[in-house]
Design a protein around this ligand. Structure first.
Ligand SMILES: Cc1cc2nc3c(=O)[nH]c(=O)nc-3n(C[C@H](O)[C@H](O)[C@H](O)COP(=O)(O)OP(=O)(O)OC[C@H]3O[C@@H](n4cnc5c(N)ncnc54)[C@H](O)[C@@H]3O)c2cc1C
Length: 449
């Protein structure tokens, strides 16, 4: 098993539970991959705020296997406080007791950031989105933003309602997102089951939710976990594959590659996947930036809010998870952060702080004890139109090598749920040997296009 993010952890646990002899190599000093945390003085800091939805059933199943379900909170009923500098009071997007998609109808009808005409047009686009075939290449080739406009949605409706959910789940605004991926998010999360979008989050730092328990459960299950072990080459040998990691070599009859896409493409024997050379670079990545503030007093009385008419996007209370003693710790989560990823901290502070004070008046007089930024340049693959054609299937043409990762062909955007689903699929493929890719090829040489 190469790679100890959520995909690799899931696949490794499934295989170890099935009695396979599992060795997991992870290049970093911890498991958890893109979901990790670190210490900054007395603070526990996550690399970025992570949330999940009730519909993320595979992820929740992983939490159960890790024995950490008591370390997450899941809203009993979806409620999103929305703040705008143009409104004196926040508004709420709450689900009512009606079945989907009517569960949001009254919230949308009362949604003050939008003119009434836009609120009334929301329903017809929502119903049309429910009917989009999210598995079709034609849907994947289209821009979600263009589709929304064709379905009567104004720029205001896209920016203040659709992007409110979409930018955080897709890591792209509607204009830069594939319709198929957006349809997956909205169909599964909002348009089918009323409870599906109830929001959950960790009550502890991410390393206590994923990385540390994963190492413990894998070890208990008999797997060997080798941290700080970076795979550098994968070579065909008699009876399997030789994995080179620095000076050390391992031989395995089967390999799960659960590493980021560019690493996978580098390690895979040529011709292993039916994608054009350079597919990983073409798939690309999209950044997420989090601005963290420690304030001398409590300014937010909700676990989180979303902001419109503002660059803030989503703001979370991180006081408990970070272990702040007195005052409050907030994380401003900024998805699709191309315009911020290379901006110095001082400048980000100059942009974010006044905006926070505009939408959250209680913050106006608070003293900022600490302000820092976490950046993930390659947080997710870039979910642009046409992405589906660049996401490889689990099985490869290289006998015994399977792929896992949020970037594989799960149909989901790059999320924790997608990563876990890919790990489940990889374990299934290893445990139930079947045909590799349906096109004959030699893993050593032939390139399939
Ligand atoms: C800031 C941020 C916020 C996010 N917010 C959310 C959210 O709110 N909700 C949500 O569902 N998702 C969110 N995501 C996305 C989610 O974190 C990822 O989709 C998921 O964690 C990816 O898991 P993975 O196992 O596919 O990949 P990764 O986590 O990238 O795992 C790959 C692993 O392979 C290791 N590796 C790399 N090269 C080698 C090598 N040569 N040898 C051995 N090991 C190697 C890496 O160190 C890494 O541990 C967010 C991501 C970020 C960065």
């Amino acid at each position: 098993m190469l790679g100890g993010g959520l995909a690799g952890i899931t696949a490794a646990l499934r295989c170890a539970d099935a009695g396979l002899d599992v060795t997991l190599l992870e290049s970093k000093g911890h498991l958890g991959g893109l979901t990790h945390s670190f210490r900054r003085g007395e603070l526990d800091v996550d690399n970025g705020q992570h949330v999940f939805l009730r519909c993320c059933t595979s992820y929740v199943e992983l939490l159960r296997r890790l024995g950490v379900l008591d370390k997450v909170f899941l809203q009993p009923r979806l409620a999103i406080q929305v703040r705008s500098p143009r409104l004196r009071e926040p508004v709420w997007l709450r689900r009512n007791g009606l079945p989907a998609p009517l569960h949001l109808a009254d919230s949308v009808l009362k949604y003050k950031p939008l003119p009434v005409a836009d609120r009334l047009k929301f329903a017809s686009a929502a119903f049309a989105l429910k009917g989009v075939d999210r598995d079709s290449a034609a849907a994947d080739a289209q821009s979600f933003g263009d589709w929304l406009r064709r379905h009567g949605q104004s720029d205001a409706a896209i920016g203040k309602l659709w992007d409110l959910v979409g930018i955080a789940t897709l890591n792209a605004p509607a204009t830069g997102a594939s319709l198929a991926l957006a349809a997956t998010v909205f169909q599964v999360g909002l348009l089918t089951d009323a409870a599906a979008a109830d929001i959950g989050w960790s009550k502890v730092p991410l390393r206590e939710l994923h990385g540390e328990p994963a190492k413990a459960r894998l070890t208990e299950a008999g797997a060997q976990v080798l941290l700080g072990t970076k795979a550098t080459a994968l070579t065909r040998v008699e009876g399997g594959w030789r994995i080179t990691a620095g000076e050390t070599e391992f031989v395995a009859d089967r390999v799960v590659l659960a590493v980021p896409p560019e690493v996978a493409e580098r390690l895979l024997p040529p011709g292993s996947v039916r994608l054009p050379e350079g597919w990983a670079r073409r798939l690309g990545s999209s950044p997420i930036v989090n601005a963290h503030l420690v304030l001398d007093r409590k300014v937010l009385d909700q676990p989180f809010f979303a902001a419109v008419d503002s660059p803030l996007q989503w703001v979370f209370d991180r006081t408990t998870q970070s272990g702040v003693d007195g005052g409050q710790c907030l994380a401003v989560s900024l998805s699709a952060a191309d315009d911020l990823i290379d901006v110095p901290v001082r400048e980000i502070r100059e942009r974010i702080l006044p905006e926070l004070r505009r939408v959250l008046p209680a913050a106006a007089t608070a003293h900022v004890r600490d302000f820092f930024v976490t950046r993930e340049r390659h947080a997710t693959f870039r979910p642009t139109p046409g992405t589906a054609a660049l996401r490889p299937q689990t099985r490869t043409a290289a006998d015994g090598i399977v792929l896992a990762g949020a970037w594989t062909a799960t149909g989901w955007p790059a999320t924790m749920e997608g990563a876990v689903r890919s790990g489940d699929a990889a374990a299934r493929a290893l445990l139930t040997p079947g045909p590799a890719l349906d096109e004959p090829t030699s893993p050593e040489g032939k390139d399939i296009r």
